[in-house]
Structure formats: structure tokens, C-alpha cells
Design a binder for this molecule. Structure first.
Ligand code: AP5
Length: 214
């Protein structure tokens, strides 16, 4: 199963990707996670990406395209993959097409998760993430059993720097301007599945499974 999870910041791409990994036993490839890891380690990629990420802007296409090109060549992607947060511009989508055709891989599904802006802001301002294992929570919609402590590994939960309301609004604008055009891009390829993103996490998972296994 080779698929893209598309949708605005906070629509639930990361949350749903984790469920898809469990079901289909294929890797989640999140450019946001890869960039945050580079930032944490202070690599040249992380240093370059930081300024863009802190402002809610997209990191330049050439940097993220290179990450994806390298990652898709790894053995575990042969059976399938879930792209989470990539592509985000038409130029990235075209570069992805070129890479997949070189690797003789076919993209099967693009799941576009649709959530209104008011709900996205609630989801992002309330999101907390485990410093140790990366598990994602929400203070109201998906709270940990113990406040600020991860259920799985007891790590400390923190709020992402770009989950402050001002930065969230920039990210939403960037999504509308630069990423939303990908909806027509994949519709024209006949692989787009619009997914209504309001409802419980389990309900959205069911909708995704129904779309990819009709
Ligand atoms: P990235 O990390 O990709 O962030 P994003 O796309 O903004 O998406 P998020 O991770 O914020 O949200 P999500 O859709 O995964 O939602 P989640 O499941 O966590 O990118 C960050 C930055 O990196 C970018 O701004 C950019 O600078 C850079 N970058 C990354 N990729 C790039 C690229 N390709 N090109 C250029 N730059 C790039 O859910 C959110 C919250 O809602 C959680 O708390 C969750 O528990 C809760 N939740 C989930 N589902 C539900 C539900 N059904 N009901 C209620 N709550 C829910």
C-alpha cells in the first residue's frame, strides 16, 4: 500500500498514520518528524530548517525532496509507505512522481483529511507530545492518564514550538496557499479520497480503511 496523507496542520495525519502503520505494517515517513529530529541533533539540515519551522513556513523544496528521495530507496519502502506531510507543494509532488517512476513504484492513494479551521486551532493548541517516544496526545480530546506524562513510556509531555496560536495561523495560511492545490493535482490522477476529518480518531480510521479497501 503506497499512500499520501494530505491535509492541513492538525487534521490528524500523524495520528492516523500510526494506525495505518499497525494495520498495514508499512513505514510512516513524516518530513516534520525527520526535520524535528535533525533540529534536536543540531545537524546542518536541522539548523537550516529551524528558521522556517519556527515561523510556520515551509522548508525549501530541495531540502525535503532530498530527504524523501533517500528514504524511499530503503528496503522497507518496497512493500509500501505512508507519506505524512509530504508533498506540500506542486514542485514536491512533481519531484515525488519522478522519484517513484525511477524506483518503479506506483502511488495508489492520496487521503485528504478535511477539518475546519476552528477545530484545527483547538486540536493544535491542545496537542502535547512525549519528549521520549514521540506519542501525541490532546489535553481534552485524547488526554494521557496522568497529566503531562506519557502513557506508554512515562516520558514528559511538551508543546511544540510551532503550536502557539500565532504560528498556527501562519501554518494554516501556508497550507491554503501552497499545499491545498495538491487536492486538484491528485484528483486529476484519480487517486484522491476526501475523508471527513471530524469525529473520533477511531471513526476517521474506519473512513480511511473503507476508502482504501472499498
Ligand atoms: P509537520 O510536523 O508535518 O506538521 P503539520 O503538517 O503542520 O501537521 P501536524 O503534525 O501539526 O498535524 P497532524 O495533521 O499530523 O495532526 P496530529 O495527528 O498530530 O510539519 C511541521 C513543519 O515542518 C512545517 O510547518 C514546515 O516548516 C516543515 N515541513 C514538514 N514537512 C515539510 C515539507 N514537505 N515541505 C516543507 N516544509 C515541511 O493531530 C493534532 C492533534 O489533534 C493531536 O493532539 C491529536 O491527538 C488530536 N487529534 C487527532 N485526531 C483527532 C480527532 N479525530 N478528534 C480530536 N482530536 C484529534
Amino acid at each position: 500500500m503506497k499512500m499520501i496523507l494530505l491535509g492541513p496542520p492538525g487534521c490528524g495525519k500523524g495520528t492516523q498514520a500510526k494506525n495505518l502503520v499497525d494495520t498495514y505494517k508499512i513505514p510512516q515517513i513524516s518530513t516534520g518528524d525527520i526535520l524535528r529530529e535533525a533540529l534536536k541533533k543540531g545537524t546542518p539540515l536541522g539548523v537550516e530548517a529551524k528558521g522556517y519551522m519556527d515561523q510556520g513556513l515551509l522548508v525549501p523544496d530541495n531540502l525535503v525532496v532530498k530527504i524523501i528521495e533517500e528514504r524511499l530507496q530503503q528496503e522497507d519502502c518496497k512493500r509500501g509507505f505512508i507519506l505524512d506531510g509530504f508533498p506540500r507543494t506542486v514542485a514536491q509532488a512533481e519531484a515525488l512522481d519522478a522519484t517513484l517512476s525511477r524506483l518503479e513504484l506506483n502511488l495508489e492513494h492520496t487521503l485528504s483529511i478535511e477539518v475546519d479551521e476552528e477545530e484545527l486551532i483547538k486540536r493544535l493548541t491542545g496537542r502535547r507530545i512525549c519528549r521520549k517516544c514521540g506519542e501525541s496526545y490532546h489535553i481534552a480530546f485524547n488526554p494521557p492518564r496522568q497529566e503531562d506524562i506519557c502513557n506508554s513510556c512515562q516520558g514528559e509531555l511538551y508543546q511544540r514550538d510551532d503550536d502557539l496560536e500565532g504560528t498556527i495561523r501562519n501554518r494554516l495560511k501556508v497550507y491554503q496557499d501552497q499545499t491545498a492545490p495538491l487536492i486538484s493535482f491528485y484528483k486529476n490522477k484519480n487517486i484522491l479520497h476526501p475523508i471527513a476529518g471530524l469525529g473520533s480518531i477511531e471513526e476517521i480510521t474506519e473512513r480511511i480503511n473503507a476508502a482504501i479497501n472499498p
